[in-house]
Each structure stands twice: as structure tokens, then as C-alpha cells.
Design a protein around this ligand. Structure first.
Ligand SMILES: [Fe+2]
Ligand SMILES: [Fe+2]
Length: 291
């Protein structure tokens, strides 16, 4: 394999991380409070958007606050667990060439975890607990476990980036939230560029050693995509903003055709990547819509 392109990219991304380095603890000027009159999340991005399930503006504004907290909480829990996996691999022989960049990755994710949690603790009752995951995380064999870990990171980052890139420039939401989304988007654009190249390399290495698990991995990665979408719809949020029959509202929202179309859009970029790299034989979107 000609690696010169990949090494150049690694060097370039590491340089960019150095140049863009910031102190997360002093970067933001945290206001004393964040107005509850404002939308904390653009209503277009709420999980009930387009469904007509909740129409009262006060409840929707409360939901926008809680969905922001849920979204930030998902980053805290998701990235803690994935950082553990990255930390297990850094400075081991198989990952030696990525050491420099992985240091930036861990450092930046540590900063993200801090500012997302900080927002929740400063202005709300704190973060939501980690959602239970039905998916196993390892046991596919070492090389395939590497693929699984970095595919999960990539999916996770692409979902965040969908929202961050939009809310990072949304004049509707409070300044501090716009700044947090924008800072995260800025760092994640490097992580996604790295992740796409890395997953492909790890996949090719694993598939060459043991092609028999390809279908199983495709299914796993797709299940992770589905699980990630579902985690955005936390029934506790509906309960916490006083919606009646929260579980039913959650179920109806999740399966609403407008929302299903949105899920496909949310995942489109990463789904296209998996198809283009032949990690997927069929797209998640096609499976999802036909399910
Ligand atoms: Fe992050
Ligand atoms: Fe990231």
C-alpha cells in the first residue's frame, strides 16, 4: 500500500491541531445564566420536529433545553468510553504511526468532554446518565475490534458534526451554545478526516487477515448507527418536560416518516462513506427505510 498520502495527511492534521490549540478552560466566557426565553436548540432540530406530537411552545422550549443537555451528555458518555479504547491502543506497535495524532485526539476529546459537561452543570441539573447499550463492544478478534472502535468513533463524530456545524452558526440560540457547537465543529472536522482514512486502513488490514467476519461487521456497524439515532430520543426528556405518555410520544416520534427521512439525512455522509469504501454492501439508509 502506498502510504505517503496517509502520512502527509497525519502530519498536516497534527500541525493543524498544534496551530489551533486552545485552552478549553479559558476559551469561553460563561455568562451567569442562559435565558430560558431563548431556544437552546433550533426547533427544527428537535426530535419531535415535523411530527406535530408536541405543539405548545413552552413545552417545546423546555424540550430544546433538555435535548441540548441530552446531546451534550451523549458526548460525555460516548467519548469517555471511546477514549478508553484509544488510550488502550496509543503507543502499541499496531498504532505506532498514529501516536502523535492520537495524542491530539485524546487531548481534544478531553477538552470537549469538559466543556459539554461544564455547560450542563453550570446551567442545568447536570448531565443525564449513560443510556444502556444493547450492543457488545468487542470479541470480534483484535483487528476487527480496531475496526469496530474507530467506526463507532466516526459515526459518533459525524452525528455530532451534523448538529454542531448547523447550530454553530445559528443566530437563534444563545451565544454560549453557539460558541460551544462551533468550537466542537472546528475540532471534529480534523477528527472526521483522520477517522475516514484510518477506518479504511484498519478495515483492509482486518479483511485481509480474516474476511469471514465482513458481514458480521457490516451488521454491527449498522446496528450501531441505529442505536445512535435512538439514543437521541431519550424518553426521560419527555417525562422531564411534563409530556404525557412520554414513552408513547418517543415511540411515535422515532417511527414517524418525517423523522425516518431525517435519520437517513443525518447519516447520509457516513453511510455514503461506508458504501464507497465497500465496508457496506448496501447502505444503512436503504435497509433503514425498508425495515
Ligand atoms: Fe468531540
Ligand atoms: Fe472527535
Amino acid at each position: 500500500m502506498d502510504d505517503s498520502g496517509f502520512s502527509t495527511m497525519l502530519t498536516r492534521l497534527s500541525e493543524k491541531s498544534r496551530d489551533d490549540y486552545y485552552n478549553p478552560y479559558t476559551k469561553f466566557s460563561w455568562p451567569d445564566s442562559v435565558s430560558e426565553e431563548q431556544w437552546w436548540m433550533n426547533p427544527d432540530y428537535l426530535t419531535v420536529s415535523g411530527t406535530g406530537l408536541i405543539e405548545d411552545e413552552k413545552t417545546l422550549k423546555a424540550l430544546a433545553r433538555l435535548e441540548t443537555v441530552n446531546f451534550f451528555s451523549l458526548h460525555v458518555h460516548g467519548i469517555r468510553e471511546l477514549m478508553i479504547e484509544v488510550a488502550k491502543r496509543i503507543h502499541t506497535p499496531d498504532f505506532a504511526e498514529y501516536n502523535e495524532y492520537l495524542h491530539h485526539f485524546i487531548g481534544e476529546e478531553n477538552a470537549h468532554m469538559w466543556f459539554f459537561a461544564e455547560f450542563c452543570y453550570r446551567y442545568t441539573g447536570g448531565i443525564y446518565p449513560e443510556p444502556a447499550s444493547p450492543l457488545r463492544r468487542e470479541g470480534f478478534g483484535d483487528l476487527w475490534d480496531d475496526v469496530v472502535v474507530f467506526s463507532r468513533i466516526l459515526i459518533f463524530e459525524e452525528i455530532f458534526d451534523y448538529y454542531n456545524s448547523r447550530m454553530g452558526k445559528d443566530p437563534l440560540i444563545p451565544d454560549i451554545l453557539r460558541e460551544i457547537h462551533s468550537a466542537h465543529h472546528h475540532d471534529e472536522s480534523r477528527h472526521v478526516a483522520f477517522g475516514k482514512q484510518l477506518v479504511k486502513r484498519l478495515y483492509d488490514r482486518a479483511a485481509a487477515a480474516d474476511p469471514s467476519r465482513r458481514d458480521e461487521i457490516e451488521k454491527y456497524v449498522k446496528d450501531y448507527m441505529t442505536y445512535s439515532v435512538r439514543s437521541l430520543y431519550n424518553p426521560q426528556l419527555f417525562r422531564d418536560c411534563g409530556v404525557e405518555k412520554p414513552l408513547e410520544v418517543r415511540r411515535k416520534a422515532l417511527s414517524h416518516p418525517v423523522r425516518e427521512a431525517f435519520h437517513v439525512k443525518l447519516m447520509a455522509r457516513v453511510d455514503r462513506y461506508f458504501v464507497a469504501t465497500e465496508i457496506f454492501r448496501t447502505s444503512w439508509g436503504t435497509d433503514h427505510v425498508n425495515a
